[in-house]
Each structure stands twice: as structure tokens, then as C-alpha cells.
Design a protein around this ligand. Structure first.
Ligand code: GDD
Ligand code: MG
Length: 360
């Protein structure tokens, strides 16, 4: 049986809420809570038992996913009293694993959307006999990630989390947030205190001569840590660029969920999702955006690359680009929002309150 640990906790996930009603891992991406995509992909790769390691809001995961049987999985939930960090969270669920000492255990960061070939990572792990195998990807700017240089055989030579100086930027290969651990390596992580797998476990393993093996690929990969990335990930799921068996319906330009009302001449493009009960008025154009349940886009409004929360309203002729509109907020007619603007949940912008274009 292949087992996996899914990490959904820490501070980052809570600090940047997209909505008031829903913690981020449960915010719908392409119509279903984001975590569903990771769970469904793991299942499709042969994983049967998943331990969800959380440090907060565990009460929202369990009522939704239950014992996992709807996804063909067996899911267990473990909540840390205080966030234990990535390594501490992994160690904290070790007692729930059922496999033997030398067996492989998959570990996934809970905020990653990727086309990773999971069985290929496990096969590469078996073949190399590594202690830990890491999925690596290349990014143009690696500073926000863990840098992972490798030798010509793919063996990891260093692990540099969030490099601070230009000298530390020795590669464009980064930790993509999916690992295969030999079970006994997990059991040796110190228990009962916070541990960062990136800052402590991996560097210490390397210093002790352990074998960490990297698998670099160029498949789809996105960290959904910002609202902008979340919107892009949702659109890529709808478009079929990011593969997931959990997208409800066929991939295409848009996904319109049950009970949504879209005017016949409204245009939905670039992976837009119109949530259940949402309404899009005549002549509105929505591109690459997420409209959650009950949101309204009034006639003639233009929404691009944006997130519109539950029950939020975008007024007539308003233009909203690269922005986050919180749950229940109302953007009045003729407003112009762009460049990462965030309208707080339930805030109300009067008609024409924010403009970028000239007064003429
Ligand atoms: N249970 C639990 N407890 N989970 C945690 C904790 C914790 O205390 N802290 C973090 N996590 C989870 C997060 O929910 C997330 O799914 C994952 O661990 C990684 O944490 P982030 O806070 O998202 O880290 P990051 O994005 O800055 O960096 C990590 O991911 C990068 C790839 O996106 C690192 O692993 C980097 O090395 C990596 O490049
Ligand atoms: Mg992250």
C-alpha cells in the first residue's frame, strides 16, 4: 500500500486568506476545494492511505472529506496543538503510518498544483536507493523557494532554503514540495518540537552523508501561495493545463457550475469559473477569473485575472483586473481596480470611487 502525508498548516496558509468563510486549502479551484485536486491525483497514482497533517482548522477538513471513501482513499487527520513546522508535522504523524522501515512514504506540501508523475518519483526513489527523493523544478526567480543543486547523477549536494544573498543563488532548481521519504528517516526526525524539514532535516541529512536524490522535470508546477497564483492555478485546471481528475466537467474555456446564471451575450474565457448560484449580466466579459458561489457581475463589467469572493458584487461597467474582491464586498458601478488591489470582505466601494483612467 502506498501512503502519503499531506501538509496543510503553518502560518502562511492562514495569513493570506482569500475569503472569510473558507480556509485557503478549502477555497474552490476549478469548482472543488483545492485540496481535492491533490487528493485525487494521489489516488490516481496508487496512494490509498493519506494522513492530513494540519495545525489549524482541522474541523473544516474532516466534515468535507470524511474518511476519504468518496475519493477511494482512507484519510486520517492529525492536528498539531502548536504548528510544528514541516518536519515536525511529518514526524508528528509517523505513528499513523502502516508501512515498514524501508518502505517509501510520499509527502506533499498542501499548496502545490503540479503535473508531477508521482509513480515516476517513487520508481526513481526505489531505483536509486535514496534516503529521500525530492521533486525539483526550475523557476526564473528561485529566491522564494528552497534551492537544490545536484551533481550530474541527480544526487543533491546542498539544500538552501530561501537564499538571501546573490552568492547563494547557485542554481535555478528548486524544491517543488513533493518528496519520497524512506520511512525510517521520518522516525528519526526529533519529536515534540518544531522542525523545518527544509532548514534542519535536509541540511543535517546531507551533512551526515545521507543520500538525497533530486528528480527535475518540466511538468506543470505552481505554488498557490498568493491569491494571484491561486487564480492562475484555477484557470489552468479549467483549461486542462494543470492535470487533475477532480475537475468537475470537461476542460475548456470556462466552467459554469450548477445554478449559475450567465447572460447569453456574456463572454467567459481563459479558464474562468462561475461558481454555484453566481450571476453574470449582459455584455459582461470575464477572463481567467474565479467567481465564487453567489457572486454577481453586473452588465458590462469586465473582470480579468481576478478572484471574486462569495456573494461579492461587481457593479455595472466596473473593470477589475488582477484584483481580489473579498466575500460579500460590493464594487460599485464604473470603478476601476487593478494591480493587486484587494477589497476587504464586506467592504463597499461607492460607484466610480476608484479610477485609473483620466477624468475626461
Ligand atoms: N501541518 C503543518 N504544520 N503544515 C505546515 C506547517 C506546520 O507547522 N508549516 C508549513 N506547513 C505546510 C504548509 O501548509 C504548506 O503546505 C507546506 O507545509 C509548505 O509551507 P509554506 O509555508 O507554503 O512554505 P513555502 O511555500 O514558503 O516553501 C516551501 O515550499 C516551496 C515550494 O512551493 C518549501 O518547502 C520550499 O523549500 C519549497 O521550494
Ligand atoms: Mg507554499
Amino acid at each position: 500500500m502506498t501512503e502519503a502525508i499531506l501538509l496543510v498548516g503553518g502560518k502562511g496558509t492562514r495569513l493570506r486568506p482569500l475569503t472569510v468563510h473558507t480556509p485557503k486549502p478549502m477555497v474552490p479551484a476549478a469548482g472543488v476545494p483545492f485540496l481535492t485536486h491533490q487528493l485525487a491525483r494521489a489516488r490516481a497514482a496508487g496512494v490509498e492511505h493519506i494522513v492530513l497533517a494540519t495545525s489549524y482548522l482541522a474541523e473544516v477538513f474532516e466534515p468535507y472529506f470524511g474518511d476519504g471513501s468518496a475519493l477511494g482513499l482512507e484519510i486520517e487527520y492529525v492536528t498539531e496543538r502548536e504548528p510544528l513546522g514541516t518536519g515536525g508535522a511529518i514526524r508528528n504523524v509517523a505513528s499513523r503510518l502502516r508501512c515498514g522501515d524501508d518502505d517509501p512514504v510520499l509527502v506533499f506540501n498542501g499548496d502545490i498544483l503540479t503535473g508531477l508523475d508521482i509513480p515516476a518519483l517513487v520508481a526513481a526513489h526505489d531505483e536509486s536507493g535514496a534516503d529521500v527523493s525530492l521533486h525539483l523544478t526550475r523557476v526564473p526567480d528561485p529566491r522564494a523557494f528552497g534551492l537544490v543543486p545536484t551533481d550530474p547523477t541527480g544526487r543533491v549536494t546542498a539544500f538552501l532554503e530561501k537564499p538571501q544573498t546573490p552568492e547563494e543563488i547557485v542554481t535555478d532548481q528548486i524544491n517543488a514540495g513533493a518528496y519520497v521519504f524512506r520511512r525510517s528517516v521520518i522516525d528519526r526526525i526529533p519529536a515534540g518540537r518544531p522542525v523545518s524539514v527544509e532548514r534542519e532535516t535536509f541540511p543535517e541529512l546531507l551533512a551526515a552523508g545521507a543520500h538525497l536524490q533530486g528528480m527535475v522535470d518540466s511538468t506543470y508546477w505552481l505554488d498557490l501561495g498568493t491569491p494571484q497564483a491561486f487564480v492562475r492555478g484555477s484557470a489552468d485546471l479549467v483549461l486542462g493545463r494543470a492535470p487533475s481528475p477532480a475537475v468537475p466537467g470537461r476542460c475548456g474555456d470556462s466552467l459554469v457550475l450548477d445554478g449559475a446564471a450567465v447572460a447569453p451575450d456574456a463572454k467567459l474565457t481563459a479558464g474562468t469559473v462561475v461558481g454555484p448560484g453566481a450571476a453574470v449580466g449582459a455584455g459582461a466579459r470575464i477572463s481567467g477569473s474565479v467567481l465564487l458561489a453567489g457572486a454577481t457581475v453586473e452588465p458590462g463589467a469586465v473582470v480579468t485575472d481576478s478572484f471574486v469572493g462569495e456573494g461579492a458584487v461587481i457593479g455595472t461597467r466596473a473593470t477589475v483586473h488582477d484584483s481580489v474582491i473579498g466575500d460579500g464586498a460590493a464594487v460599485g458601478a464604473d470603478n476601476e481596480l487593478r494591480s493587486g488591489a484587494r477589497v476587504w470582505c464586506d467592504a463597499v466601494l461607492p460607484a466610480g470611487a476608484v479610477r485609473f483612467s483620466s477624468d475626461a
